[in-house]
Design a protein around this ligand. Structure first.
Ligand SMILES: Nc1ncnc2c1ncn2[C@@H]1O[C@H](COP(=O)(O)OP(=O)(O)OP(=O)(O)O)[C@@H](O)[C@H]1O
Length: 639
């Protein structure tokens, strides 16, 4: 069967004929008929529809699944987003807080530093002109070259050639800190220091076999002709660091040409108290005697201190001398009256240098410098030397070497420090009990002369073998007291701070501070009379509510630093500075003015005291002509 008019046929399907005209079917041109659709059989159309529906449904399902996933991710993100932002916010806040805190602390530190710099500047202004001679300043003379070494001294080859790393390692091993240029290597044996036989024999006789840290580094530097600031704890043998080089200067001069009438001195040591000057003089005498026994001429040292007849001292100097040991006032007296000259002097040492400046002898030192006629080698020593004194002192030095053994102002670790709370009225009675702690010799310190007298009287009544020393006694009494105590005929010596600086009594067992000194530096010097050169000693300090809290805070910090027991009443004290006092700000820990670790310079009671004293003495001076030595408590008359 054929089908006419088939869509696929070119002629099309033909309908059965009914009426030719009517039945005539118009011919269709697929190109022209937009409605035209190819015929698709029903079966195919169904499967196509089915396919279409399936794919539609798949598409929808896929879209639905994607939407669900998208929603879930969005949810998740949303959730995480919240968590993130909370964490982030808190972190951010914390960071900001920390940054603020850091910023605040830095700002606070900067503020403290600026304030302290300003205060130090004021202090420097108060200390007026630098520590140099007025004459030299007027003439515009300043020295820039170092002095030549003493007698062309050089270290032996082993030390000359010592590599830097080895020098550093040795210093580290012995806790020696140095500052300055071209510092010679520390020398570990006296025999390697190129000292004359007489001196080496003298050291042996004194039982001194090995140099202490300050001696290892200080003696070679001094023999090299260097200017030195030497800081080392009490009893560490500083006297020999300047004493031996000064003897070497004198020996060199003597070997060049015999010292005759009116010549000399070539070396000068200034000390803050008569007793200390006397002690140093004895050390010089001992070693020069030893040199004389070993074939050298006897080098002459002269002691010029207050309290002894000026005439005898002037005569001794006029006969020609190599060395002078002096207290500042008497020295100035002799210089001003032209009974002594420093024209040939080329070696100057200020022992306990900071103490002298503190005690108001700055002007005497400057006047003394005026009497030199050329450059000299200058050495400054102390166990305490706060930054301001170091800076000030450096103005007197040329290309100085600074040698530090331990922190300036730290207590000697060989001293066991005990601090006891004793009521004012119970002190005397408790003192008797306290004296039983150790066998003699015992040293007792009081803050003022009248307390010394009271304690002295009380102990005499209790039959204690006791002597006393203070600035109000005449020189004879002072000398006798020290002598009998040194010889052991007296068990106890009571004194003011006149006995606290540099005095070297044999094997003191116990130092008792009947009262806490007003300055922590004095405490360090006082307790340093025991525990000397390797021995141990005990120091007991009475404190009570009469003490200023700042000094107790200094004491507490010192005890902590030295690893000592801190009694509960001190432990309970809390500074209101938030720990800033012990931080290193601007290179300074604690107070730059007095070296106390318990406060900073802004709260320094000593600075305040000095200010008040300066103002008062300026007033006195203007109205009454004043006494320049009124501030030298305990030292009165020393000049
Ligand atoms: N290398 C050493 N070995 C052993 N003893 C020494 C040594 N050097 C010095 N001495 C002795 O140590 C004691 C203390 O010395 P010196 O008085 O010089 O100490 P110092 O550091 O000046 O103390 P201060 O700061 O109290 O004045 C003296 O009796 C001294 O003879």
């Amino acid at each position: 069967m054929t089908m006419e008019g088939s869509a696929t046929g070119s002629q099309g399907r033909k309908r059965p004929a009914a009426d030719d005209e009517e039945d005539k079917v118009p011919e269709l041109d697929p190109e022209e008929d937009e409605q035209y659709q190819d015929y698709v059989p029903k079966k195919h159309r169904k499967s196509a529809l089915k396919e279409e529906l399936t794919s539609q449904r798949q598409k929808e399902r896929k879209e639905e699944a994607e939407r669900v996933v998208r929603d879930r991710v969005a949810d998740e993100k949303k959730k995480r987003g919240i968590a993130n932002s909370l964490l982030a916010v808190s972190q951010k806040l914390r960071q900001e807080e920390e940054a603020n805190q850091d910023g605040r602390e830095e700002a606070e530190r900067d503020h403290i530093k600026n304030e302290e710099d300003a205060l130090l500047e004021q202090v420097q202004l108060q200390m007026s002109t630098p520590l140099i001679s007025v004459r030299e300043r007027a003439k515009g003379i300043s020295y820039t070259e170092r002095m030549p070494s003493i007698g062309m001294w050089q270290p032996i080859r082993k030390y000359r050639d010592m590599p830097d790393e080895e020098r550093i390692a040795t210093r580290e091993k012995f806790f020696i800190e140095v500052n300055g240029k071209d510092i010679p290597a520390p020398i570990k044996r006296f025999e390697e220091m190129r000292l004359p036989k007489g001196i080496l024999e003298g050291l042996k006789l004194k039982g001194i076999s090995r140099p202490t840290q300050i001696q290892m580094q200080g003696i070679p530097a001094a023999l090299m002709g260097r200017d030195i600031i030497g800081i080392a704890f009490t009893g560490s043998g500083k006297t020999l660091v300047f004493g031996l080089p000064m003897i070497m200067v004198s020996l060199e001069m003597e070997l060049r040409a015999k010292v005759t009438n009116t010549e000399g001195p070539y070396g000068l040591i200034i000390a803050p108290s008569r007793e200390l000057a006397h002690q140093t003089y004895e050390v010089l005498e001992f070693y020069t005697d030893q040199l004389a026994e070993h074939g050298f001429s006897k080098l002459r040292a002269v002691l010029t201190i207050g309290g002894l007849a000026t005439g005898n001292q002037a005569t001794a100097i006029r006969k020609g001398c190599h060395m002078v040991v002096a207290t500042p006032g008497r020295l100035n007296d002799l210089l001003t009256k032209k009974r002594m000259s420093l024209v040939q002097c080329q070696f100057l040492c200020l022992d306990e240098a900071d103490r002298m400046i503190d005690l108001g002898f700055e002007e005497e030192i400057r006047n003394t410098l005026d009497h030199f006629r050329g450059q000299r080698q200058t050495l400054l020593f102390s166990a305490t030397m706060p930054k301001k004194i170091q800076d000030f002192a450096k103005t007197a030095l040329v290309d100085a070497v600074v040698i530090n053994v331990g922190r300036a102002g730290a207590a000697n670790l060989d001293v066991i420090q005990e601090v006891e709370y004793v009521k004012q009225e119970a002190k005397l009675v408790y003192l008797l009990k306290c004296l039983q702690k150790t066998p003699p010799p015992v040293l007792i310190f009081c803050e003022n002369k009248s307390d010394v007298d009271d304690v002295h009287e009380y102990l005499l009544l209790k039959s204690v073998e006791v002597v006393a020393i203070h600035g109000g006694l005449d020189q004879e009494e002072r000398h006798e007291a020290i002598k009998s105590f040194k010889e052991g005929s007296k068990d106890v010596l009571i004194g003011t701070d006149v006995a606290s600086k540099g005095l070297d009594f044999p094997a003191i067992q116990h130092v008792i501070n009947f009262d806490m000194p007003k300055e922590i530096e004095n405490y360090v010097h006082r307790i340093g009379r025991t525990g000397r050169c390797g021995r141990t000693g005990v120091a007991t300090t009475f404190v009570n509510k009469n003490q200023d809290e700042t000094i107790l805070l200094d004491l507490k910090a010192l005890l902590v630093e030295a690893g000592q027991h801190v009694p509960p009443f001190l432990a309970a004290l809390d500074p209101d500075t938030g720990g800033k006092e012990e931080e290193e700000i601007g290179g300074v820990k604690g107070c730059a003015y007095c070296g106390g670790l318990g406060h900073r310079i802004a709260n320094c009671p000593k600075l305040e005291n000095t200010r008040q004293k300066t103002t008062a003495s300026q007033k006195d001076y203007l109205t009454t002509g004043g006494n320049r030595y009124s501030g030298t408590e305990g030292y009165a008359g020393d000049w």
